[in-house]
Design a protein around this ligand. Structure first.
Ligand code: ZN
Length: 312
């Protein structure tokens, strides 16, 4: 899993809320007036529709624990509204720009997040198809809409993901997970992939090792358990054994590229690369900065193993 890093998340959640609000207001303020007391009744006085839509990951956790209810009797059917967002043919929600209505759907939401790979697995790409206005991604509800329909439209509950993860992800209420938007947990830093050597053939044979993981010593018990829940319920441990070829290549590259040779390449080709990270990307085949891990599939695996091998 990788964290969704975007400096404009607050602004994007504002746009998300405004797009939904524009549609509601177009249909009559009464709907909004009716929903507010309903939300206060369910969650308490400090909550309203806007706060529900913009609730941060820690607040979503709070909301999920307060109350579970079916909102079919509500004046706003959250699940139906989510359908408007998710269907590329529906143009119900919109933002206003220069006096024009610009459609706002999952397509636009995912485009604005500017994320290239699934944050749950970092294995599959999630591109938008600009000509057809379609997308290769799905929107996963971190808190499933079957159990938490009132969170079906909440910005930080909508995680762009690949089809595989959206299908595999289990909706187990008894466990705590890490939301890829949640800045309280540094998944990138606190869980690292590592090579678990089985025998001496590991430098030329994939059967000589397994891909495992290790945790930061400072990690809390709760965070460790959450990471384990994510890994287990997204089947990441099993899935990543299929990528041992990547780890093997890195083991071999470490032999081919000693530090002195990397220094030499950096010097000889100084005009070819923007910086040393660019050269290391060429050598490792992945991005090495945490903020870029979403740009290419398996970047976290590549980065963690490269660090373990002291290649980067
Ligand atoms: Zn995925």
């Amino acid at each position: 899993m990788i964290q969704i890093r975007n400096n404009n998340l607050d602004e994007l959640s504002n746009i998300h809320y405004e797009a939904i609000l524009n549609y509601i207001q177009e249909r009559g303020q009464k709907k909004l007036k009716d929903i507010e007391p309903y939300i206060k009744k369910c969650f308490g006085d400090k909550w309203n529709f806007e706060k529900l839509i913009k609730a941060k990951p820690n607040e979503l956790e709070e909301l999920s624990k307060i109350y579970e209810f079916k909102c079919s009797s509500s004046t706003i059917n959250f699940k139906t509204y989510y359908g408007y967002l998710n269907n590329y043919k529906e143009e119900k929600f919109y933002i206003k720009k220069d006096g024009k209505k610009i459609p706002y759907r999952a397509y636009e939401l995912i485009k604005s997040l500017n994320i290239n790979t699934c944050p749950y697995c970092n294995r599959n790409t999630i591109y938008n198809l600009s000509h057809q206005k379609k997308r290769t991604s799905e929107l996963d509800h971190f808190y499933p809409q079957s159990k938490y329909p009132f969170l079906a439209l909440s910005f930080y509950n909508l995680v762009p993901s690949c089809k595989v993860c959206n299908k595999i992800k289990l909706d187990n209420d008894d466990k705590e997970y890490i939301n890829p938007y949640d800045e309280r947990f540094d998944f990138n830093k606190n869980m690292k992939f590592k090579i678990k050597v089985k025998n001496s053939t590991f430098h030329y044979d994939e059967n000589g090792f397994k891909i495992g993981c290790k945790f930061n010593d400072d990690i809390t018990i709760n965070e460790k358990q959450r990471i384990k829940n994510n890994i287990n319920d997204l089947a990441l441990y099993d899935l990543y054994q299929n990528h041992k070829d990547i780890a093997l290549e890195l083991i071999q590259k470490r032999e081919i590229y000693p530090d002195s040779y990397i220094d030499e390449l950096a010097y000889n080709y100084s005009g070819l690369f923007k910086n040393r990270e660019d050269l290391l990307r060429l050598i490792t085949g992945g991005y090495v900065d945490d903020k870029d891990l979403d740009k290419r599939p398996l970047s976290k695996l590549i980065k963690d193993i490269s660090e373990e091998l002291e290649l980067i």
